[in-house]
Design a protein around this ligand. Structure first.
Ligand SMILES: [Zn+2]
Length: 347
């Protein structure tokens, strides 16, 4: 079969090997893949400037899940050329800012099909930037790309897919409905936390939670919505309108856990229309089967998600530490689960 003339044309699509090369060498723009030089080089903030400004985060320290080194949000940037920086600002950041700036109630009113795609693309971009910055993608200063490609622990295929989503404002790729992952949007009402912003990522399951004031958005980027059934049946309370930060984190952690249970992951691919050259992203969905929860995996994900809160958490009426409760899968902040939390949480 003759390869498509568009294959590995960065304007529409790059393959997985080219993606690995791109993120491991970091000498090219992450969006257009053009070599960076003094003339065009710019810095793309891992957290967009409108969030840094709105929540006064420039000088605040960020804790990354993998290297645990605190750095400042404001100095947290990625290689990106000036043109792509402007393009993402116009096509992604400004519309997402408009969608989210009125908080939970306004987002619920505004969120149509296009808004869902936009939000999902934005979450993919933020997730990918954090992943790269955190060192979860190995840096390869010697340009020994083969060694990076042989890194067995990194799910390159899935990360490549998330990169395809993230740069879709540049390629113009259409996202088919089956590509969109599980998304839960919560109203937050919590006067115990002064901070108005939270960002949590579980790299291994491609799960992200962003909280902007009274709005929390939790998403699995690579499950094609397959966690939603379990999340609705066993995690989300049937009738609860507002959530605390700790409750939202529990929903985020359990959404990540749910992803680990999926027997066969969706297979994502880009199709390029031969006549128009227009790319579109699709998924083949294998028959859905959920494995039982692995208690050790669940505990590890909860520990990761609650890591910043653990030193301050106390369990009422018990000598048990929060960490111990997590390791025994007994920690819950959701009231409908509390009666069951005295034993292992089961579904
Ligand atoms: Zn660029």
């Amino acid at each position: 079969m003759t390869p498509s003339p568009h294959l590995n044309n960065p304007k529409v699509y790059i393959d997985t090997d080219t993606f690995i090369d791109l993120v491991s060498k970091r000498t090219r723009c992450l969006i257009c893949c053009e070599p960076l030089n003094g003339k065009v080089a710019n810095r793309e903030h891992v957290l967009p400037k409108w969030i840094l400004r709105k929540y006064d985060l420039y000088d605040k320290e960020i804790t990354l899940p993998h290297d645990y080194k605190a750095r400042q949000y404001g100095g947290h940037t990625m290689p990106c050329c000036k043109d792509c920086n402007s393009l993402l600002g116009k096509k992604l950041e400004q519309p997402v800012r408009q969608l989210t700036q009125g908080g939970y109630a306004k987002l619920q009113r505004l969120l149509d099909e296009n808004g869902q795609r936009l939000l999902f693309t934005w979450l993919s971009w933020v997730f990918l930037k954090f992943l790269i910055k955190d060192g979860a993608i190995p840096i390869n200063p010697d340009q020994r790309v083969k060694a990076v490609m042989q890194d067995k622990d990194t799910d390159w295929t899935t990360l490549h897919h998330i990169h395809c989503l993230a740069r879709s404002p540049y390629t113009g790729a259409h996202l088919s409905p089956e590509v969109l992952g599980s998304v839960v949007i919560l109203a937050i009402d919590d006067d115990r936390y002064r901070e108005d912003f939270d960002l949590i990522t579980v790299h291994e399951t491609q799960t992200i939670m962003v909280r902007l004031g009274d709005l929390a958005i939790i998403a699995n980027l690579s499950d094609s919505g397959r966690s939603m059934d379990i999340v609705h049946r066993f995690v989300l309370p049937a009738r609860q309108e507002r959530f605390t930060v700790l409750q939202a984190l529990e929903i985020c952690a359990d959404m990540a856990v749910t992803t680990t249970r999926i027997e066969s992951k969706p297979v994502y691919f880009t199709r390029i229309d031969r006549a128009t050259g227009q790319p579109s992203i699709h998924a083949d969905l294998p028959v859905y089967e959920a494995n039982p929860v692995d208690p050790d995996t669940r505990a590890a994900i909860f520990e990761l998600v609650y890591r910043e809160h653990l030193p301050h958490l106390k369990i009422a009426g018990s000598d048990m530490s929060a960490l111990q409760a997590i390791r025994e899968n007994r920690l819950t902040f959701l009231e409908h689960r509390i009666s069951r939390a005295t034993g292992e949480i089961r579904e």
